[in-house]
Design a protein around this ligand. Structure first.
Ligand code: ATP
Ligand code: MG
Length: 396
């Protein structure tokens, strides 16, 4: 089946609009123009707000700003295809455009059929040879924490079930290959695991992986961790990349629960991801570790705007103020999840709190995290920071 390509066109200053309009394959139903915007700044802003598979940058010739925009877009969205239209002489520009990360360059004016072909080719290239459908890749969110026991698995399970309950197709990958417990948190038996998938051999595709997923009643699917720690060794980073590419092509969201720390598998997963959630806890030691985790992501060159920070067990009673948190971590948390006795209880019952107690504050916090990814309205309500402010002098 041919997938629709959602294309956004950013037209740089000085470009003759009529030449760009004439080149666009407006008659092709498989190419949907989500916008033609004036200026690169406007193009960038629209790209952040609009679901887009392919960015077209139209310019007159060499421009550092165009190169900068391409680099930024590709860095932010590894799955975004980029095609450049040049209306003037492209001398000295072509190589730089490809180096910046663009998939193709076209000199205008040219036939709109050639343009349609170039856009489709760019998309197919981006989707990667291993992904048979050629579809645009869905978000993949890796849930991280440098320390054990901070609530990564609880976060993964609740995020997945929250997204599934909103009607999205979601698969969770349990990357805690030795001691994975996503199945436990969701009350699922490990009848089939990632170990069985490796042992089955042969090439991977979405249907084959689907046969090894275990389904939760919310609709969320899980690729379970091996049942024995000594089976973890057979799962290579190459295999994981292949699994991720296939899952991202066949799901709306892929969530990856990880073991503590930055193991090679975790690093490979971060590299393949579109976003990460760093899970920390509200005590001084844990905050320090969380900061270390954020620093590691920065060293890896991971874009800050793709990182969400979740503080778990965040109650104002622990005596840590808003200023303390910001001064240790260097940023304001995106989501704060309170301690709630229902959470361990929900694990025992295999039903995450977003399903078991959907009106609790903890469930609302996890739903808020989910809405940051699917763009539903809850993200804007009651979403920020609720710790007490530092008291002024003499106010004790
Ligand atoms: N907000 C909370 N309120 C109460 N209990 C919680 C909360 N968050 C997590 N827990 C409990 O803390 C324990 C650890 O949580 P979880 O398993 O999600 O941590 P983890 O980071 O995945 O641990 P590991 O590093 O061992 O994989 C669980 O028993 C869970 O029920
Ligand atoms: Mg865990």
């Amino acid at each position: 089946m041919t997938q629709t390509i959602r294309a956004l066109v950013a037209v740089d200053e000085g470009v003759d609009h009529s030449i760009v309009q004439a080149a666009l394959p407006a008659h092709r139903t498989e190419i949907q123009l989500v916008g033609i915007v004036d200026g690169l700044d406007e193009g960038w802003a629209t790209l952040q707000e609009t679901a887009t598979d392919l960015l077209v940058v139209a310019c007159t010739g060499y421009s550092d700003r165009v190169l900068f925009m391409i680099e930024g877009a590709v860095k932010q969205r590894a799955d975004l295809a980029v095609v450049v239209f040049v209306t003037g002489p492209p001398d000295g520009f072509v190589r730089r455009i490809f180096e910046a990360g663009a998939d193709d360059i076209l000199a205008l004016p040219t036939d709109s059929e050639d343009v349609a072909f170039a856009l489709q080719k760019a998309m197919a290239r981006k989707a990667g040879a291993s992904v048979a459908t050629g579809a645009a890749l869905s978000p993949m969110i890796v849930v991280l924490g440098p320390k054990g026991g901070t609530g990564k698995t609880i976060t993964s399970a609740n995020l997945a079930v929250s997204l599934a309950r909103s009607g999205h197709k979601v698969t969770v990958v349990d990357l805690d290959l030795q001691f994975g417990d996503v199945g436990l948190a969701l009350g699922l038996k490990p009848d089939k695991t990632v170990y069985d998938l490796v042992k089955a051999g042969g090439a991977l595709d979405a249907d084959k992986i689907e046969a090894y997923l275990v389904k939760h009643e919310s609709g969320a699917r899980v690729l379970m961790a091996p049942t024995r720690p000594d089976h973890a060794g057979v799962i290579t980073t190459e295999f994981l990349r292949d699994v991720y590419a296939n899952l991202r092509a066949s799901n709306d969201f892929v969530i990856v629960d990880t073991p503590p720390g930055f193991t090679p598998e975790v690093i490979a997963s971060i590299d393949s991801s579109s976003g990460v959630v760093v899970v920390g806890m509200l005590d001084t030691l844990s905050l320090k570790n969380t900061k270390l985790g954020l620093d590691t992501l920065e060293l890896m060159g991971y874009p800050t705007d793709r990182i969400r920070l979740l503080l778990n067990r965040a109650d104002s009673r622990v005596g840590i103020t808003q200023e303390d948190v910001v001064s240790v971590i260097g940023r304001i948390p995106d989501v704060m999840v309170p301690s709630d006795r229902e959470i361990p209880r929900s694990v025992n019952e295999g039903q995450p709190i977003v399903a078991a107690k959907s009106h609790s504050n903890a469930a609302k916090a996890f739903n808020r995290l989910a809405s940051m990814y699917d763009g539903s309205t809850q993200a804007t309500t009651n979403g920020r920071f609720h710790l007490k402010k530092k008291k002024g002098k003499g106010s004790k």
